[in-house]
Design a protein around this ligand. Structure first.
Ligand code: G3P
Ligand code: CA
Length: 245
């Protein structure tokens, strides 16, 4: 089972910052997840929310800021244990830190309602810019239109389906949508990661990765029910429980 560091080692450092990614590498992570957005002037950056309210305690949206404006803002303000300045990193800065170590990378493209027109072309160009990067990368999105546009533009890119507010009843239509875009992975919320659901997804031909798993009890249960990977904010402690393999 893959142990995927979620937004870096975000249990110990401000999420999605270079500090969190460096720490994940130091902790031995080889599998990484992060969230991709685009600035007003078209730069790909890594941050969870569309705005800075949670991380920087400011209301601006990434879509309304240029990279020059964004890089001056401290997105560690929310992280009480360590508020030292951290900027929203550019995608390439994150890859410089984790890329050499990475065996598997999940680019979660946040593009609800196509807020970032053209982001699919930019991400695909990025994936094609370094040898071997496309092969070890999976692109996911909660926005099905975004997944469709990725597939239209690239027959090769590996896709992962994510569904907002899924439940057991909505799983079947979600599996159909995932098949329609040619996804290889299905990323499932821990809330509905039960044996029956995981078996259904696997029977439909997908690998299943579950978010976000931060306790030993849940991690061991995921392994038992055949989950292929878990996203965790604590990649160090997960490593100790012989979850790999
Ligand atoms: O990609 C898995 C997981 O990160 C999706 O949820 O809200 O943490 O981006 P979220
Ligand atoms: Ca994410």
């Amino acid at each position: 089972m893959r142990i995927i560091s979620h937004r870096g080692a975000s249990g110990y450092a401000p999420e999605n910052t270079l500090k969190a990614f460096r720490l994940a590498v130091e902790m031995g992570s080889e599998d990484f997840e992060f969230d991709v957005h685009q600035t007003k002037d078209g730069i790909l950056v890594v941050h969870h929310d569309f705005d800075l309210a949670h991380t920087a305690l400011r209301k601006e949206r990434i879509a309304d800021l240029t990279w020059a404006e964004l890089k001056k803002i401290n997105v560690a303000k929310h992280y009480k244990a360590d508020t030292a300045f951290q900027h929203v990193p550019r995608l390439e800065e994150v890859l410089d830190v984790i890329g050499p170590r990475a065996g598997w990378l999940n680019f979660e493209v946040k593009n609800d309602g196509n807020i970032y027109p053209g982001i699919e072309d930019k991400v695909l160009a990025f994936l094609g810019s370094k040898p071997g990067l496309l092969e070890k990368s999976v692109v996911s999105s909660f926005d099905n239109g975004t997944l469709k546009r990725f597939r239209e533009r690239s027959p090769e890119v590996k896709l992962a389906y994510l569904g907002h507010g899924l439940n057991t009843v909505l799983l079947l239509p979600a599996l159909k949508k995932a098949k329609a875009v040619g996804a290889v992975n299905f990323h499932l919320a821990l809330r509905i990661a039960f044996k029956l659901n995981v078996s259904r997804i696997k029977k439909a031909g997908f690998r299943v990765c579950v978010y976000t798993v931060n306790t030993k009890r849940d991690a061991l249960r995921m392994k038992k029910i055949g989950v292929d990977g878990i996203f965790t904010n604590h990649p160090d402690i997960m490593g100790k429980w012989q979850l790999k393999g």
